[in-house]
Design a binder for this molecule. Sequence first.
Ligand code: AVI
Length: 296
Amino acid sequence: MTRAVRTARRAAAPTAPASAFATDVIAGLTAKPKRLSPKYFYDLAGSALFDRITQLPEYYPTRCELALLQDNAPAIASLFPAGCALIEFGGGSSRKARILLGAAATVEAYVPVDITKAFALPPAVARLPRVGFFPGSTIGNFEPHEACQFLRHAGAVLGAGAVFLVGVDLVKDAKVLYRAYNDAEGVTAKFNLNLLARINRELGGDFNLGAFEHHAFYNTQQHRIEMHLASTRRQKVRVNGATIDFRAGETIHTENSYKYTIESFQALARGSGWSPLNVWSDGMVSIHALQKTVVG
Ligand code: AVI
């Protein structure tokens, strides 16, 4: 029987204190070029919009990863050591973890942890062998050097010999990628613009949401979708006592979503202390099983 050990709130909940949010927003809006961290997308309204994104016909990653997990659950679960703890990084609905838990008879504990906060494993879990789980292609929202740091940190938390399952979105036809981030219903645009609405709500900003547009495109050189908010005109915006000037067409860079090939992700994993064990893919997304490299 699996025990659910909750150590942290779900990743989608607002995580940073207002002062950190205010500091980051002012730093990002006064930087050149302007930028905001994608971690601030996920307030209550942003999390609800992201849930809608995952159900859009154009947004294939969630659907494909669920099907891949379902189709390969017994093979994936066969890598789990008996009596292990399944540690999900950034656990949200736990829908994907439940597929694995259904196929792995001997998991002792399921532990979702918030990736935006430092944490220690509960003592009851610390003595168990560990399997890490980081689904959803969220690793693609890190810059490659941050992805490497994250994989190293996960290696330290999971310990020697651990297995780590990582969901990774794949490089593919640019048109398919474009549509996934420019859906016909405009939900992704709302998700992007909600960042400005959040600044208005929480920091007393006066962004006119009608004067900014959602821009998302595939950067073929960097293998990433870039999301921006483009100012449709020259304007001034007040945020937390500061005045921010925008030129017409100037953008705030709000997100990168890196796409990997199977080989390029395996190379990143190797360079971050993990050895590729196996990989499952439908050609759209991939699930990598990695094993912590034993330094000897
Ligand atoms: C959470 N993350 C993997 C999503 C992605 O595809 O990069 C966030 C997202 N941004 C726009 N649509 C979805």
